[in-house]
Design a protein around this ligand. Structure first.
Ligand code: CP
Length: 313
C-alpha cells in the first residue's frame, strides 16, 4: 500500500486497518535492515520534533532519541515540570504553541484523551509514546519481533500474563486485526474495559481471531507460540492497588514450567521493564526462548518507521 499517513496522528492501533499496520511493520523491518547494513537514512534532515514525557522511560525515550538522530531530526526533550503546563496552563494553549515551533510531537502521558486533545489542537503529527489505554509504538515493535520469529501472523497464539492495561489492550487489538489468537491469563477479579473490548471483539469477528480473557492459565498457555509477560501493576497505581494486584497475579507467574506448557517452539516476550521474581522468573528472562532484547531493539526501528511515515515531508 502507499503511505497514506503523512501529517496524521499515530494515537492507537485501534484506529489502523490491517494493511496500515502491516505497512508499518514492513517499513520497520526495512529500517532495521538499513541499520544492520550501516546505510544512512537521514530522510527527515532539518525537521525539529518535541518529545514530551510525563512518565519515566528507558526504552521509549532512548529509542526515540536514537531514531531521531538517525533520521536527521533534532529532538527537543521536554519535561512537564519545567513547563507552565504543570502550573495550570491549559493543554490547548501548550499544544498550539508547540505546534508553531515543532514539526511533530511524541508524547508519553496518562489518559488517552490527553493525546486526542493534543491531536485536536496541533496540525503537525502527534505520536503516542504510551497512554493508560494504548502503547502503539510497542505494538509495532512486538509485531516485528513476532514476524522475525515466525514469518507470519495468522494462526499465531499469544498468551499474555500481566495487568490489563495499555500493553494488554494493544496486544489484543493487534491480534484481533491481524488474525492472531490472544488469551489474557488473569485473576477473575480483573475485568477489562468494556468499551475497548467491544472494539477488539468487533475486529476479531472480521478476522476470526480468538480473543479470550480467562483465569485458566493452563488453557491460555496451551499451544501458545508467544508467552508475553507484563508487569502486574502499572505506573501511577497506588500502593494498595499494587499490593492487591501482586497477590492476585501470583498464580500467573511465567516460570519455566509455564513455558513448557506452551508450544515447544514458543518465544518469551516482555515489553520491559520486568520485575524479576514477580510476573516472571529470572530463569525465563535469561532462557534461550527469551527474545526480550531483540524486542527492545525493535522499539528503535519501529519508532523510526512510524515517524518517517507520519512526518510532513
Ligand atoms: N516498554 C516501554 O515502554 O519501556 P519504557 O517504559 O522503558 O519506555
Amino acid at each position: 500500500m502507499r503511505n497514506n499517513f503523512k501529517g496524521k496522528d499515530f494515537l492507537a492501533l485501534k484506529d489502523l486497518s490491517r494493511e496500515e499496520i502491516l505497512y508499518l511493520v514492513e517499513s520497520s523491518l526495512g529500517f532495521k535492515k538499513k541499520w544492520t547494513n550501516n546505510e544512512p537514512h537521514e530522510y527527515l534532515k532539518g525537521q525539529v520534533w518535541a518529545g514530551l514525557f510525563e512518565k519515566n522511560s528507558t526504552r521509549t525515550r532512548n529509542a526515540l532519541e536514537r531514531a531521531a538522530a538517525d533520521l536527521g531530526i533534532k529532538l527537543v526533550y521536554l519535561r512537564p515540570d519545567e513547563m507552565q503546563m504543570t502550573r495550570g496552563e491549559p493543554l490547548k494553549d501548550t499544544c498550539r504553541i508547540l505546534d508553531r515551533y515543532f514539526d511533530g510531537l511524541f508524547i508519553r502521558t496518562f489518559g488517552h484523551t490527553i493525546v486526542e486533545e493534543c491531536a485536536k489542537w496541533m496540525n503537525n503529527p502527534v505520536i503516542n509514546g504510551l497512554t493508560n489505554e494504548a502503547h502503539p509504538t510497542q505494538g509495532i515493535a512486538d509485531l516485528m519481533t513476532i514476524y522475525e520469529n515466525f514469518g507470519q501472523f495468522r494462526g499465531i497464539k499469544i498468551c499474555h500474563s500481566g495487568n490489563i492495561y495499555n500493553v494488554a489492550y494493544t496486544t489484543m487489538i493487534m491480534s484481533a486485526t491481524l488474525g492472531m489468537d490472544c488469551f489474557l491469563a488473569c485473576p477473575p477479579s480483573l475485568k477489562p474495559n468494556k468499551d475497548i473490548m467491544e472494539i477488539i471483539m468487533n475486529k476479531a469477528k472480521k478476522t476470526g481471531s480468538k480473543i479470550v480473557v480467562t483465569d485458566d492459565y493452563s488453557k491460555a498457555l496451551e499451544n501458545a507460540d508467544v508467552v508475553y509477560g507484563n508487569a502486574q501493576y502499572s505506573m501511577g497505581q497506588t500502593d494498595e492497588e499494587i499490593m492487591k494486584l501482586k497477590e492476585a497475579f501470583a498464580p500467573y507467574q511465567i516460570t519455566m514450567d509455564a513455558l513448557n506448557k506452551a508450544n515447544p517452539n514458543c518465544i518469551f516476550m516482555h515489553c520491559l521493564p520486568a520485575h524479576r521474581g514477580e510476573e516472571v522468573t529470572d530463569e525465563v528472562m535469561e532462557s534461550e526462548k527469551s527474545v526480550i532484547f531483540d524486542e527492545g531493539e525493535n522499539r528503535m526501528h519501529s519508532i523510526k518507521a512510524i515517524i518517517a511515515a507520519y512526518a510532513n515531508k
